[in-house]
Design a protein around this ligand. Structure first.
Ligand SMILES: C[S@@+](CC[C@H](N)C(=O)[O-])C[C@H]1O[C@@H](n2cnc3c(N)ncnc32)[C@H](O)[C@@H]1O
Length: 333
């Protein structure tokens, strides 16, 4: 479980304490419907009007979604950092960055980051993002700048070492989405795209992955190869990150568990990365008595179920500690 940094948790509490839960709860319910593509303003997985329009929308989003998007982005970027140790971005551009979840996540991971810029269209969201970072301990977070930008056809981006596009592509129409990813690839050393872990989110990530590869980038995570994705048919490649739930979070979403699993699909691509090594665990490992079976995406772009019996002592111990989304170095275990 990746806990929110204390300063972010405090900032969220301070901001949300100003809004009575009785006002936020119905907004959370509406947003859940909208983001699930219900009858609100998302059609065919694409928003037809801005989803976050008011101060209460921004607060509700920060309350029930920001911890999850923060955790997913932190998880995916950590996998990329694990695969490409040389990654040390100094500048960060967060496109459609909302209240800045990716800014907090990237700055926690890479102390090299000195500046962050968030491009965001909704004023109330910008105001809340700015308010949240005022007490941040990390100078790169504290000094993050929000620029009001409406992403559209022909949007150009400034250069940055790292560009994140997190949970945004689904809100953009097709003619905006693809060219935006192409533009990110032109401007950045590393591009990270995150989407909900649904079939539709996966398809958007797959399209982004193809565009990033066409632009000459290499996949740092999750794929251990740059070839065709082997996840086909009814299946979709996605991962899960465990999110700590505060009592406010439980209250707003009507849940009782102390955690929830955020399912997400993602790709992080970079330039000049070293060759791929190892494999990616695609599912929760299957644990039986004396046997762990890992479903792996391999370096040659195949999917294989790898049984690791207890007789292979070291490998078995490692397999028992391995989780969905982890890197698995051996194929011969
Ligand atoms: C689901 S939120 C994700 C926010 C943030 N990236 C995160 O991961 O938590 C999508 C954000 O994109 C913004 N957005 C959607 N369409 C946009 C557009 N055309 N131009 C600028 N911002 C847009 C929304 O206002 C919202 O803040």
């Amino acid at each position: 479980m990746t806990a929110l940094p204390d300063d972010l948790a405090r900032a969220l509490d301070d901001a949300l304490d100003r809004v009575p839960a009785s006002r936020l709860t119905p907004v959370v319910e509406r947003l859940i419907g909208d983001y699930r593509g219900g009858p609100g303003n998302v059609r065919g997985g694409v928003a037809t009007a801005p989803i976050l329009r008011t101060d209460d929308d921004a607060a509700a989003y920060a309350a029930y979604r920001m911890p999850a998007t923060y955790t997913a982005v932190y998880d995916g970027l950590s996998r990329a950092a694990g695969a490409v140790a040389a990654l040390a971005p100094r500048t960060h551009l967060d496109v459609g960055g909302g209240t800045g979840a990716a800014v907090w996540a990237a700055a926690r991971l890479w102390p090299s980051l000195g500046s962050a810029t968030v491009l965001e269209g909704a004023e109330p969201v910008i105001a809340l993002g700015r308010r949240l970072v005022t007490g941040a301990e990390n100078p790169a977070v504290r000094s993050a700048r929000w620029e009001r930008t409406l992403l559209g056809e022909g949007t150009t981006l400034p250069d940055a070492d790292l560009v994140t596009v997190s949970y945004v592509l689904g809100e953009l129409s097709e003619p905006v989405r693809g060219p935006l990813v192409d533009e990110a690839a032109r401007r950045a050393g590393t591009v990270a795209v995150f989407e909900p872990g649904t079939p539709a989110g996966y398809r958007r990530v797959l399209d982004a992955r193809a565009r990033l590869l066409d632009a000459g980038m290499t996949v740092a995570a999750p794929c251990p190869h740059d070839g065709t994705c082997p996840v086909i048919g009814d299946d979709w490649c996605h991962f899960a990150a465990r999110v700590d739930r505060t009592s406010r979070h439980r209250g707003l979403k009507g849940g009782t568990l102390g955690h929830e699993d955020e399912k997400f699909a993602y790709v992080v691509a970079t330039r000049g990365a070293p060759a791929h090594a190892g494999n990616r665990v695609l599912r929760h490992p299957l644990q039986r008595k004396g046997l762990v079976t890992l479903r792996l995406c391999t370096g040659d772009g195949a999917i294989t179920d790898r049984p690791v019996p207890k007789s292979r002592r070291e490998h078995y111990r490692a397999a028992r500690d391995t989780g969905w989304g982890d890197h698995w170095p051996q194929l011969d275990a």
